[in-house]
Design a protein around this ligand. Structure first.
Ligand SMILES: O=P(O)(O)OC[C@H]1O[C@H](O)[C@H](O)[C@@H](O)[C@@H]1O
Length: 529
């Protein structure tokens, strides 16, 4: 294709969304002239399913749940007056609470004001807030936000240690839809202890966002936490950014929550349109289908040329992969669907893996995200008349061209700036695209049955450790091998897991387990000291 033909293809297919100042350019995807027509029946079915979902159908059949994240930014569209009232009263309560915190009306016992937020959560209860905080935050915000999103003890020490003295002015927000996620529970308990060690009453510094009656909800009530904000079963974790999950930290950080919700609402309006050429979410979903043949054979590389959007790929990794990575179709056929997502930011990634994108295995398509506004204020010239921002665009366009020359496909999303409105719009765009794509390939995007297997297996590992420790305590003097100990606890087939547990126990002082003998698993001996 000549440059001239590309220019024409660009103009013909450019999807323009004036309400949020966004364009989607699909000209560098190699779909044929008849592709959109061939997909019409499937696309129409996807639109119908989406319409039903928004009207309150059970769009998540396995869990028999409605899927209501679109109502969070347009409560008037929710199918029942009760839901609408729930959403608006949550929004009002969150805004009022943040106002009181900023004004020092809700204040810590031993400091004048809360100045820090510590968010404890994981997956959908952390990734969205992390993206928003990083994309929109600045050192001028009334509160700085920190995160505990794992059960890594050293990670917790690092974050809690950095807060140090400021723990006395830290408001901890524990977020878990289910209220039973172990990583979050552990982070909460360790945080509670850090407060106690400084003579601070944790409850007076803690807020929960969780489902009614969950373990976390009960714990928060029992320990007289400051507040609990609701999570509902009709909001999925990975689409919960516009529920209290995202709004509590964003309001506390002082971000433009109204703009954020308005951007999403405007994007929702644009992506409800049944005219594919005008609907950027439908086009995205169709391009994903084109790229991977509806089977996810090509990975989605997300390349925003903007530092503030670096966490977008991490956020989309969960949204896309947890939604689309499914074994079964809606009819129960084995389909093993999914699309892998990765990326960080440009031009930084050009100095890392873009070499492979240009010359290596052609198993991906890139989505470039271009932000028109370089910075607040003017830029200096760094070479001739060129600014750093001119370079950023130069690298984006240069890489796009270099990829195209080698037959590697890409799309380009262009936005005006990284504002709350834009970020809200981008989130809404991808939420809709994921939902539409799921219909195109006939899967349930709103459950995650595969996640449970790992959690259950981890539970069994910890049970095994309990038995192992009990055994080691009773056989104190004798050093035994992993094989012997596995036999002792009646789990001879679990010798490998037993060895891994012993290796870990002996590397840490918590249970007094000592290792002796050789380096190889069969030579190692263990005993309680
Ligand atoms: O919010 P929570 O209930 O703590 O869940 C946190 C995360 O954990 C689970 O494993 C799910 O796979 C995610 O979809 C969810 O976002």
């Amino acid at each position: 294709m000549t440059e001239r033909e590309l220019w024409e293809r660009y103009q013909r297919h450019l999807c323009v969304v004036p309400s949020v100042g966004l364009t989607l350019d699909i000209s560098r995807m190699n779909f044929g002239a008849d592709f959109l027509d061939r997909m019409r029946a499937r696309t129409d079915a996807a639109f119908q399913a989406m319409e039903a979902l928004e009207k309150g159908a059970i769009a998540n059949p396995d869990e028999k749940r409605r899927v209501g994240h679109y109502w969070l930014r347009a409560p008037e569209l929710s199918p029942e007056a009760g839901l609408k009232a729930d959403i608006t009263s949550m929004q009002d309560a969150v805004a009022a609470f943040a106002r009181d915190v900023h004004a020092g009306k809700v204040k810590p016992a031993k400091a004048a004001k809360f100045t820090q937020v510590l968010l404890v959560g994981i997956g959908g209860s952390a990734l969205g807030p992390q993206l928003v905080a990083d994309a929109l935050g600045s050192h001028r915000d009334p509160m700085q936000v920190h995160f505990l999103d794992n059960t890594d003890p050293d990670g917790m020490d690092r974050t809690l240690g950095a807060l140090g003295e400021r723990l006395s002015e830290t408001l901890t927000v524990v977020i878990s839809k289910s209220g039973g996620t172990k990583e979050t529970r552990n982070g909460m308990l360790e945080t509670e202890r850090a407060y106690q060690q400084r003579g601070l009453d944790f409850g007076a510094h803690a807020v929960a966002v969780t489902g009614d009656g969950s373990e976390l909800d009960q714990y928060a009530k029992k320990h007289h936490w400051l507040r609990t904000f609701p999570m509902w079963d009709w909001v999925g974790g990975r689409t919960s950014l516009m529920s209290a999950v995202g709004l509590v930290p964003a309001r506390l950080q002082g971000l433009d929550v109204d703009g954020f919700l308005a951007g999403a609402k405007d994007m929702d309006a644009a992506t409800r349109v049944h005219d594919v050429a005008k609907n950027p979410a439908a086009l995205l979903a169709l391009m994903w289908f084109h790229a991977g043949g509806g089977k996810g054979t090509k990975d989605m590389v997300i390349l925003p040329y903007k530092d503030r959007l670096m966490l977008m790929s991490k956020y989309l990794q969960q949204l896309v992969m947890e939604s689309l990575g499914k074994e079964l179709s809606l009819d129960g056929q084995v389909v093993n669907q999914g699309i892998a997502v990765y990326g960080n930011k440009g031009s930084t990634d050009q100095h890392a893996y873009v070499q492979q994108l240009r010359e290596g295995v052609n198993n991906f398509f890139v989505t470039f995200v271009e932000v028109l506004k370089d910075r607040d204020g003017k830029s200096m010239a760094v070479e001739g008349d060129n600014t750093s921002g001119d370079y950023l665009l130069g690298f984006l366009l240069g890489t796009r061209r270099a990829l195209f020359e080698k037959g590697r496909e890409s799309m380009t999303l262009t936005v005006q700036d990284v504002s709350a409105r834009t970020v809200g719009a981008l989130i809404a765009l991808y939420e809709r695209a994921v939902g539409l794509y799921a219909s195109l390939v006939n899967i349930n995007a709103y459950h995650q049955p595969g996640v449970e297997a790992g959690k259950k297996a981890a539970g069994r590992v910890l049970e095994l450790q309990g038995k192992l420790l009990a055994k080691l305590q009773t056989a104190k003097t004798e050093a035994r091998s992993a094989d012997q100990l596995a036999q002792d606890i009646g789990a001879p087939d679990e010798a490998e897991t037993v060895f891994k547990l012993l290796e870990h126990l002996s590397a840490n002082g918590d249970h007094g387990v000592k290792r002796s003998g050789g380096e190889r698993p069969a030579e190692a001996r263990f005993q309680a000291g």
